[in-house]
Design a protein around this ligand. Structure first.
Ligand code: MN
Length: 434
């Protein structure tokens, strides 16, 4: 008999919380007062300390194995356990934190030791990221950017056959809140034939979905498209900070290099596939005339429910806006429905040559823009490469990001009849070049 999940939590701030109601239960790694990083789950305005709960004997069986695999301040071993461990932990957390919990008093007597306020917690990367790959599956972004360079032929001929991606830099991924030092590099000034060296003048953000790899595969053993969802550990927000002037000079013929590797920011909470289950959607039908995916990328179950309806938002807050107490300016309101390839197709494609994926690897989706203005996921698209500056309520204008500017990514899933959930924020503020 299937158990009915509780709808409300005895943690009062969870009920109706914009990001972390009882239905979400995202996992992360945190510390308090400079202590050792430990695993936790976000619930309302609090973090439930999983290690403290383990010590108090609140877990047994598979859920206990799940929490034991998270010790050491990294979720890699937990990711490797795959879906059964995640589901067992989720069911136990729903019981512990649901309104009818028999352990409510026990948890409350531990106070801040087991349930600290999120504002007292420092968030860390949730896993040791051995490899990071950035895809390019936002077709509207690919077309918008392609148009800037090739007005007649914005999409290259491989786009509708290959989930395009490149190997990114894992060592420079940081959690939300980490400041972004403006990079220096080579750029080719307009009309010149020799490059100059100096601070990036066209610093940009990219709005992306981050995908955590769960269970890995052995070298030489591709992950079949039908099994790919089983290899996904969870999701986050990802800002692929981009130095457009450095990128324009360096990217041919091998793709982005130093223009992307100075920093990548992610939201620190891992939102699970189970939490996103109510927000699954069929992959949108391909437009008339587009090719069908090759067989190794095509799976009926994936096409029927492998896409997600996640609303994505980008906000800008400048130094002047902060001084004038102005609200952040919304730059982008987009959605993960604009992905031309599903996350399962990314996993199947990445491993089809035998490439080994490992628990805790991270994928970026690529910039997720919508077709309309207001839905563009980068300043490159919004200002058409700097040609159309945006005006802010402070009287300032922006073509690209200035020192002191802060970019805030948010995500929200809503559907009639189910509790809304969010991802928490992914923030980063620009520091001057050094
Ligand atoms: Mn990117």
């Amino acid at each position: 008999m299937t158990q009915v999940s509780p709808a409300r939590s005895w943690v009062a701030s969870a009920n109706g919380h914009a990001d972390f109601p009882l239905q979400n239960l995202p996992l992360g790694v945190f510390s308090v007062d400079g202590g050792a990083p430990r695993s936790g789950v976000a619930i309302g305005d609090h973090v439930f300390d999983l290690q403290a709960a383990l010590q108090a004997g609140l877990f047994d069986g598979t859920a206990r194995e799940a929490v034991e695999a998270m010790s050491g301040g990294q979720l890699n071993a937990f990711f490797e356990l795959g879906r059964p461990a995640r589901v067992a932990l989720r069911e136990r957390l729903l019981a512990l934190l649901g309104e009818d919990s028999a352990q409510r008093e026990l948890i409350l007597t531990q106070g801040a030791k087991m349930l600290p306020l999120a504002t007292d917690c420092q968030m860390h990367l949730p896993a040791k990221i051995n490899d990071y790959t950035d895809f390019y599956v936002g077709i509207e972004h690919a077309q918008n950017v392609g148009k800037l360079f090739r007005p007649d032929n914005p999409l290259l001929p491989n786009y509708k056959y290959v989930p395009i991606g490149y190997h990114g830099r894992a060592s420079t991924i940081r959690p939300s809140g980490t400041e972004v030092r403006r990079p220096k590099g080579q750029t080719l000034p307009a009309g010149q034939s020799e490059p100059t060296f100096g601070p990036c003048a066209r610093l940009d953000y990219e709005l992306e979905l981050g995908i955590w790899i769960g269970k890995g595969n052995a070298l030489g053993e591709p992950i079949a498209i039908g099994d790919a969802a089983e290899h996904i550990g969870g999701f986050c927000l990802l800002n692929d900070w981009s130095a457009r002037d450095i990128q324009a000079w360096e990217y041919q013929p091998l793709g982005p290099f130093l223009s992307k590797s100075f920093l990548t920011s992610i939201s620190p909470w891992v939102v699970t596939a189970e939490a996103l289950e109510p927000f699954r959607r069929p992959q949108p039908a391909r437009p008339e005339g587009d090719p069908q995916p090759l067989p190794y990328l095509l799976d009926k179950r994936d096409q029927d429910g492998g896409a997600f309806d996640i609303e994505l938002e980008v906000l800008l807050l400048t130094e002047t806006m902060r001084e004038q107490n102005l609200p952040a300016h919304r730059l982008t309101l987009s959605n993960t429905r604009y992905m031309y390839w599903t996350v399962a197709q990314m996993v199947a494609h990445h491993s089809v040559n035998g490439c080994q994926l490992q628990a805790g690897d991270l994928f970026g989706s690529g910039t997720l823009s919508g077709p309309e203005s207001g839905q563009f996921g980068s300043l490159l698209e919004i200002t058409e490469g700097g040609k159309k500056p945006i005006e802010l309520a402070s009287g300032e204008v922006r073509k690209f990001l200035e020192d002191g500017d802060e970019i805030i990514l948010r995500a929200r899933c809503s559907r009639e009849g189910v509790a809304s959930i969010g991802f928490g924020e992914c923030r980063g503020k620009i520091l001057p070049a050094r």
